[in-house]
Design a protein around this ligand. Structure first.
Ligand code: SAH
Length: 592
């Protein structure tokens, strides 16, 4: 819940605007003195928006501050609503994000974010979504200051990009160093010997130096076998002991797993709940097929699989998982028989391929999710002209693999290969990445060993339609007129089908220098079934600064105004021009 507090009339108006925009997420603290309102909201809410000066807010908040992990995030909005300032709890309190959304909800308002990592585009260690331990402030400081930070990951995790000063340790010197090393190499070794700020990425428990921090990847799955009536204390004790003995961190455990028959076992459910971990369950038949080191007869008789803990851990950890701690039994102080078994499997880290549609061109038609994916990637693959469009959004250190037109297959292959190597990759395309674009060649290459995330984008047909009016108000299709990869006969057959079925058509790739007869031919096919007066919209560079819009008719269209930056939308027999806008009726009877 977001608490809203104001003191002046202008503040109250802005406060009410926000309360109306987010009715379910906000609570207005009014009718009491401001100090009391702030105190109550601080106590009751996850976040506060104060329509007060920063100075006043700081004085009111000072006596209330506790711990940055639990205090609500606080955003201040000035009297003229020009700025939404993230004042407190930028990362963990969510104030940076809240400042951005408040600014989005108040016209003309801009977010102000001062936490260094956000302002410079460097990922804050606490913003990666993984638990982090150790000297977080000093490692963050070093990353920002550009002083060397050694990144020591025990596996290739799909991390976001870090700036150049964060790098893996230099390769260990060859046993017999070649003579005549260049000076720089000597210096590198000298640096490597000195004290280093280190960022670890591992599930192993390590003794941390004063300048070391560790990120805990979600790498472990713990399989649990349990007898009926087991207590949650026994389960948790066993998990903790098992991890401890193996030198593994509880904070890297991503999930608990068991057999379906134990899905309702209260001690297991309560253990998962207390550890704040999901409990996954699998059918006995699935577990029985998993090869394990320690099968036994007891579970086979009881639940129909010779292994629960080991098999469930391996199944939950997925393809190419490794069992790193075999089945262990709980030890009970009273000497009674153990009621729980546990085993630990480690996941093979999976790379991540995001297929990101950038939208038609205008920055504000790119979705926030697309933006997030660009910032989550350490490798960006795309056509050079699209890369230019978003270069400023990338984190420093993002590796950009750009290529020119025509090398689509190579781009797709590169993106998949980088993801397979365990990296976090964004493959970008204009509009929607799945519409006449890179998503299909990429996924035709990809196998099950990577995670794939699709981010939809505003495709050219929609961007153009919004400019033209409402041409897509009834059934519509898109047809690409590029016969580079599709025989013309196929294209013509589809255009004819659209013509015969009276469907609105948007032509992509309508005309280029070497390809000029296809558009007139396609229009002629449509004209066999539509009158010369049928409205046609021609939109070039939709949403870009050089956008051009022509609203004409099937009979009057001058095909030479059309080029490869253009889409052409042809109405159906019901489409009309109303007040200069193209409108296709929805076809309800009450509209005829
Ligand atoms: N993936 C893109 C389409 C790629 S095919 C999308 O979803 O929009 C390339 C064709 O898209 C171009 O030849 C043109 O017909 C169309 N196109 C892309 N962006 C456009 C824009 N901003 N304005 C008009 N047409 C556009």
């Amino acid at each position: 819940m977001i608490g809203l507090i104001s003191a002046t009339a202008a503040g109250a108006a802005a406060r009410d605007r926000l309360a109306t925009a987010w009715p379910d997420r906000t609570r207005v603290y009014g009718g009491v003195p401001v100090r009391e309102a702030v105190e109550r909201a601080f106590d009751e809410c996850d976040a506060l928006v104060c329509f007060l000066a920063t100075g006043a807010t700081v004085r009111l908040l000072a006596p209330l501050l506790g711990d940055k992990r639990t205090d609500p995030g606080v955003v201040c909005v000035d009297e003229a609503q020009r700025y939404a300032v993230a004042l407190l709890g930028g990362h963990e309190g969510g104030a940076n994000e809240l400042a951005a959304s408040v600014a989005g909800a108040l016209p003309g308002c801009e977010p102000v974010v001062t936490t260094a990592t956000d302002a410079t585009g460097v990922p804050g260690l606490d913003a990666l979504g993984w638990p982090v331990e150790g000297a977080v402030p000093s490692v963050t400081r070093a990353i920002l200051d550009g002083t060397p930070v050694t990144l020591r990951a025990t596996a290739q995790w799909p991390l976001p990009a870090f700036p150049d000063n964060v790098s893996p340790p230099p390769a260990t010197a060859a046993p017999e160093a070649p003579t005549g090393l260049p000076d720089t190499a000597v210096e590198d070794l000298a640096v490597a010997d000195g004290p280093r700020t280190t960022l670890w990425v591992t599930d192993e428990v390590l003794p941390l130096g004063p300048d070391e921090a560790v990120l805990r990847p979600p790498s472990l799955a713990v399989g649990i076998g349990a007898s009926r009536g087991v207590s949650s204390d026994e389960v948790i004790g066993l998990i903790e002991q098992t991890l401890d003995d193996a030198g593994l961190s509880m904070r890297s455990v991503a999930e608990l797993a068991t057999v379906d028959a134990k899905a309702g076992e209260p001690g297991l459910l309560s253990a998962a709940d207390r550890l704040d971990l999901p409990l996954r369950t699998y059918a006995a038949g699935v577990l029985a097929d998993v090869e394990v080191p320690n099968p036994s007869d007891a579970p086979l008789a009881a639940v129909g699989t010779p292994s629960v803990a080991e098999a469930a851990a391996l199944t939950a950890a997925g393809e190419e998982a490794r069992l790193i701690v075999p089945k262990a039994k709980s030890v009970r102080l009273d000497g009674a028989p153990a009621m729980a078994t546990a085993a630990v499997a480690r996941r093979r880290p999976r790379g991540r391929l995001a297929l990101v549609g950038l939208g038609p061109g205008a920055r504000d038609l790119m979705t926030p999710r697309a933006r997030d994916e660009l910032r989550r990637a350490s490798v960006l693959v795309g056509l050079d002209q699209y890369v230019e469009q978003i270069r400023d959004l990338l984190r420093p250190g993002t590796r950009v693999l750009e290529s020119g037109l025509g090398s689509e297959e190579e781009r797709a292959r590169t993106a998949v290969a980088e993801a397979r190597a365990g990296r976090s990759v964004a493959l970008i395309g204009s509009g929607d990445a799945g519409v006449y674009a890179m998503a299909s060649p990429a996924l035709a290459e990809a196998s099950t060993d990577i995670d794939v995330v699709g981010v939809p984008g505003v495709t050219a047909a929609l961007a153009a339609a919004a400019v033209l009016g409402a041409p897509l108000g009834h059934d519509h299709v898109s047809v690409s007129l590029s016969d580079l990869h599709t025989p013309w006969e196929v294209i013509e057959r589809r255009v004819r089908a659209a013509a015969e079925s009276d469907t609105v058509v948007t032509f992509y790739n309508p005309r280029s220098r070497g390809r000029d007869w296809q558009l007139p031919k396609a229009l002629a096919v449509l004209a066999e079934h539509r009158s010369p007066g049928t409205p046609v919209g021609v939109v070039r560079s939709a949403s870009r600064h050089d956008e051009q819009v022509t609203l004409t008719t099937l009979g009057a269209l001058d095909a030479t105004v059309v080029d490869m930056m253009t889409v052409v939308t042809v109405g159906n027999t019901a489409t009309r021009t109303v007040a200069g806008r193209m409108v296709t009726p929805r076809g309800y009877r009450w509209q005829t």
